[in-house]
Design a protein around this ligand. Structure first.
Ligand SMILES: Cc1cc2nc3c(=O)[nH]c(=O)nc-3n(C[C@H](O)[C@H](O)[C@H](O)COP(=O)(O)O)c2cc1C
Length: 216
């Protein structure tokens, strides 16, 4: 089994990266070979609407034809057994880099037929880990839950399965005393980081372990 995690946060050691690392530890506990890709290390763009992936009889039908730093990652994803995506929520949705990545990942595999069909040559297990400042109730209220549900639907359609994990009310700054952020209570944040984040990490580990189990 090969499991690839994609970090859509610019921070390589914070909430999203920590949970992705835990998920990969879970996958490794089942014997999987693992890899963590930091999107912010790569120079790439979102879909450029070239339609090479949709061209009848074209050599790139069902594949992204753009040759940039993302191309080898997309190839490795197709060779993998499971992918675990991770992104902070920025202004109600995933980060711009994650959005650009998803466009490149999804569009080539989406056959424009009725009903839509997947061109992905095999079933790949998928998980998506989201981290955010808001509470679970606020995530519902601000439409973040719809973003999660939408990605879940597309991932299921294209790759055959999907599961999501949300880590709410995360610890955002090294030192809350040094930033203007009076809407947050640093003590409550610290308490949550101490009591809830380890639980989220455990759930991430289990997600990774589940995704690395051979599917029947
Ligand atoms: C530009 C920016 C926009 C953000 N927008 C939101 C938001 O709309 N909702 C939210 O709950 N958190 C928001 N956050 C907070 C992050 O989602 C949260 O701190 C997350 O856990 C950061 O992930 P990281 O630690 O992996 O970088 C935002 C943070 C930044 C830097």
């Amino acid at each position: 089994m090969k499991v690839i995690a994609i970090n859509g946060s610019p921070r390589k050691k914070w909430n999203t990266a920590t949970l992705l690392t835990k998920a990969l530890e879970g996958a490794a506990s089942q014997g999987a070979e693992t890899e963590l890709v930091h999107l912010y290390d790569l120079t790439f763009k979102g879909c450029v609407s070239c339609f090479a992936c949709k061209t009848k009889g074209g050599k790139s039908y069902g594949r992204c034809a753009v040759q940039d730093a993302l191309a080898p990652v997309l190839k490795r994803i197709e060779e993998s057994d499971a992918i675990i995506l991770g992104s902070p929520i920025y202004f109600g949705t995933v980060t711009g880099e994650m959005r650009s990545f998803l466009e490149r990942l999804f569009f080539p595999y989406l056959a424009y037929v009725r009903p839509p069909q997947s061109l992905c040559p095999k079933r790949i297990g998928t998980g998506f880990i989201y981290t955010m400042n808001v509470t679970e109730e606020q995530a519902q209220q601000f439409g973040i839950a719809q973003c999660v549900a939408h990605n879940d639907r597309v991932l299921k359609m294209i790759f055959g399965s999907s599961e999501s994990l949300c880590s709410f009310d995360t610890w955002q700054f090294d030192d809350y005393a040094k930033v203007v952020a009076t809407r947050f209570d640093p003590e409550a944040k610290a308490e949550r980081r101490r009591t809830v984040f380890p639980e989220d990490s455990r759930k991430a580990f289990e997600m990774g372990a589940r995704l690395a189990k051979p599917r029947t």
